[in-house]
Write a protein that binds this ligand. Structure first.
Ligand code: ADP
Ligand code: ASP
Ligand code: MG
Length: 422
């Protein structure tokens, strides 16, 4: 008998029929003698629907007063799906109880809409498990010290599940979703993508942070920090499939790098359309400009990703960086109002129609020429590279958004990731 955490995403919980299916699957695990904690997402589309209602009433704001209410609102999606799952389980004859984040409690900081989990009190969950119940814990939400409901950022139910698994030292955390594992790239964009049987924790971390939204990045960080055995698998297989087969399906996030030795140098390709590029032109080239520009941006709590500074010509230079698209307008206004006058720069220009495409693989550590192979594949498609950023196990480029799919397909092919043709 083992303690297992299951997480079901929005599509997996998307209708009462799907919820019944989840209940039957969970009941099967329970009857096989396991203790189950289940973390559901809101039914698919529900979080967007709720946030859309707020937008109808008022333009988005960044004040705490507004963001607090967004969290009050968005958290109801998970509360509803959790209660529905408990009802479905009870209908299957399985004793079950659901808890909202604040009832557990899952304590977070007070950063509304992107709160971080600080602690989880598992006493209530353990007592229910001991009493033979399946315990359902709402994904995506927690409570701060002052008792305000918080949410963990989009896709945050993954993080709730891994955090609960870490706190309870669960034997495994199974992330059930609408694909049957982690692929070499998003299978919705490249049909030739292949499922990975295993992916190293480090690669998964890079893939998630470079835009592969199959797992929220915080969930991978938690899994790494607490060594939580993590598997991504499909909830769309028949619920009554053989349990041993199910338990070995999907993709295992592994901490053993040796297992990867035989595999390709590049394991996956990620892409991200959430960023925009901002350039400050004609900046007098003298010490302190990076600090003056990016210091002001950081003070406004805006995260910066890729940064480049050009060589100076005639004493001035251009300075470019990327931010999240949601922060685009705010960053430009801030630079125009606070930084340009002080710096004596000529102009600030922005481009929201960019994307970032990244190749990821731990094999890149021990192989040379991988980045140049990437640049060659892109040049053969006539794709212009605007920015480049590298780390030990990834290379990212910023390109025009309209070439994103072309770039991902070309790279998938160039690095031999396509499925062999049947
Ligand atoms: P859930 O609602 O279950 O959390 P998500 O939509 O958040 O599901 O994540 C699953 C989706 O992630 C898939 O449907 C797929 O389109 C997308 N995805 C992106 N990159 C990958 C990848 N490398 N492997 C698998 N799926 C990916
Ligand atoms: N319901 C939340 C979202 O749509 C959290 C999640 O699904 O993981 O982002
Ligand atoms: Mg998700």
């Amino acid at each position: 008998m083992a303690l297992i955490v299951h997480k079901y995403g929005g599509t997996s919980m998307g209708s009462t029929e799907r919820i019944r299916n989840v209940a039957k699957r969970v009941a099967k695990w329970m009857r096989a003698g396991h203790q189950l904690v289940v973390v559901p997402s809101a039914m698919s589309g529900e979080t967007n629907r709720l946030l859309g209602l707020a937008k109808d009433l008022a333009p988005a704001k960044t004040t705490d007063a507004y963001l607090r209410e967004l969290d009050m609102l968005a958290s109801t999606g998970e509360q509803a799906s959790s209660a529905l799952l408990a009802i479905a389980l009870q209908a299957e004859g399985v004793p079950s109880v659901s808890y909202a984040g604040w009832q557990v409690p899952i304590k977070t900081n007070s950063a509304y809409t992107k709160a971080r989990i600080e602690s989880i009190d598992d006493a209530r969950i353990r007592a229910d498990l001991a009493a033979g119940k399946v315990v359902i814990v709402t994904g995506f939400q927690g409570v701060d010290d002052a008792g305000n409901i918080t949410t963990l950022g989009r896709g945050g139910s993954d993080t709730s599940a891994v955090a609960v698994a870490a706190a309870m030292k669960a034997a495994e955390c199974l992330i059930y979703t609408d694909v049957d594992g982690v692929y070499t790239t998003d299978p919705r964009v490249v049909p030739e993508a292949r499922r990975l049987h295993t992916v190293s924790f480090e690669e998964m971390l890079e893939m998630a942070s470079m835009g592969s939204k199959v797992l929220q990045i915080r969930s991978v960080e938690f899994a790494g920090k607490y060594q939580v055995p993590l598997r991504v698998l499909s909830s769309f297989t028949p619920w009554d499939m053989d349990l041993t087969e199910e338990a070995a399906s999907g993709t295992l996030i592994t901490f053993e790098e040796d297992e990867k030795m035989e595999q390709a140098v590049v394991s996956g390709i990620s892409f991200n359309r959430d960023e925009s590029k901002i350039s400050v032109l004609g900046v007098p080239d003298k010490p302190g400009i990076a600090y003056q520009i990016l210091g002001a941006v950081a003070d406004a709590n805006i995260e910066v990703d890729i940064i480049i500074q050009n060589v100076s010509k005639g004493g001035t230079t251009d300075f470019s960086f990327t931010v999240n698209r949601n922060d685009h307008a705010r960053t430009i206004d801030l630079l125009k109002e606070q930084v340009l006058p002080k710096l004596g720069a000529q102009e600030v220009v922005g481009d929201t129609k960019i994307c970032k495409v990244s190749i990821v693989g731990i094999g890149m550590r021990s192989h040379v020429g991988i980045a140049s192979k990437m640049f060659k594949a892109l040049s053969e498609e006539g794709i212009n590279i605007q920015m480049i950023s590298t780390s030990e196990i990834k290379t990212s480029v910023v390109i025009d958004e309209k070439y994103m799919e072309l770039a991902v397909r070309a790279l998938h092919k160039a690095f031999d990731l396509d499925q062999p043709k049947a």
